[in-house]
Design a protein around this ligand. Structure first.
Ligand code: ATP
Length: 321
């Protein structure tokens, strides 16, 4: 393999730049040429490509987002679009491609591999909802950003007797909510994977807390939870007479400088992806298992199952007093 491409696709996440940098620098170290494709699969179809060298990725390791831009591409969902993408990849002289993104992007990568362009996926999403890997790039940073916001909200909740309900991202998964909830010392965490009993899991705790002198309560709600955060707040207010405050953190969780963990994972995954392509191996997703870098066949990886950490859910409940 002499020349490979790298692109970011789907939602952005902090650490994608660090991953691009790792891909570029390892490729150069393996004496391969490397091309950056801008705006995901759109760029592949349109030939929106830039030749990258070591200096092209200077000073990006600490930046959130992706300097190659990311996009969704409807055209790539159908065979004609993918054929155009393949032809452009061949025109650019690519022998392989690294795709940094989520599940949808990996489906695209699988199809490109089937068409004869070896493609390797690197998981990048703050939601950590990619089932084949314990961690995806951006998750740790998003946890830390959300945690910092919750700590600040705690300061104000503490000054008045209030219950602060904070909605964090995570799409249909509660991984982000659970991590943040435990780290923030929340009274309760509501995740889509488990149905909670608002009366028993929150209101009773508030009443008990009151009688022991507690004055503030934090409830973390995953965006994918079945009930709306405003309705939950109203219910708590009616049942306990405590005033509630709702904060939806939103996209601030997706920006910011990546943490040590995300940068290191990005370096490890980026290197593995290039190493696979160097050997001509495609149709793989790089993942973390038991803190080791592993890689899986794309289809097998996408069919795996991952559950929320149920033990951590129990610990969270047990230490919230
Ligand atoms: P995230 O969920 O973090 O936003 P993602 O990669 O899952 O990331 P999607 O919007 O699902 O985001 O997919 C990104 C792009 O991947 C799509 O716009 C499309 O170009 C391509 N893609 C998605 N699904 C498929 C598919 N089944 N076949 C081919 N290409 C696909």
């Amino acid at each position: 393999v002499k020349k490979i491409g790298v692109l970011t696709s789907g939602g952005d996440s902090p650490g994608m730049n660090a991953a691009i940098r790792a891909v570029v620098r390892s490729a150069i170290d393996f004496e391969m040429d490397i091309v950056g494709i801008r705006r995901g699969y759109n760029g592949l179809i349109n030939g929106d490509a830039v030749v990258l060298d070591s200096r092209s990725v200077s000073d990006i390791i600490q930046r959130g987002g992706t300097f190659l831009y990311t996009a969704r591409c409807m055209e790539f969902m159908n065979p004609e679009g993918r054929q155009l993408g393949l032809e452009m990849a061949q025109k650019l002289g690519l022998d392989g491609l690294v795709v940094i993104g989520g599940d949808g992007s990996f489906r695209g990568a699988e199809k490109l591999s089937e068409l004869g362009m070896p493609t390797v996926g690197i998981p990048g999403t703050i939601d950590n909802d990619i089932v084949c890997t314990e961690y995806s790039i951006g998750f740790d940073t998003a946890c830390n950003i959300a945690l910092e916001a919750v700590d600040r909200l705690r300061d104000t909740a503490l000054s008045h007797e209030k219950c602060s309900l904070i909605e964090v991202m995570g799409r249909y998964a509660g991984h982000l909510a659970l991590q943040v909830g435990v780290a923030a010392g929340a009274t309760a965490v509501l995740v889509p994977e488990k149905v909670s009993d608002i009366e028993k899991d929150i209101c009773e705790k508030i009443r008990e807390g009151r009688s022991s002198g507690k004055t503030h309560y934090i409830v973390i709600v995953a965006e994918g939870y079945k009930d709306k955060i405003d309705d939950i707040a109203k219910l708590i207010e009616t049942q306990t007479d405590i005033s509630t405050r709702v904060t939806v953190l939103g996209h601030i969780q997706r920006g910011g400088s990546p943490t040590v963990m995300d940068r290191v994972i990005a370096a490890r995954m980026g290197y593995r992806a290039v190493d696979l392509l160097r050997k001509g191996i495609g149709n793989r997703i790089v993942a973390i298992k038991n803190n080791e870098v592993v890689d899986y066949n794309i289809n097998e990886a996408l069919c795996m199952k991952k559950s929320i950490d149920l033990e951590l859910c129990e610990i969270c409940k047990s230490i919230a007093k």
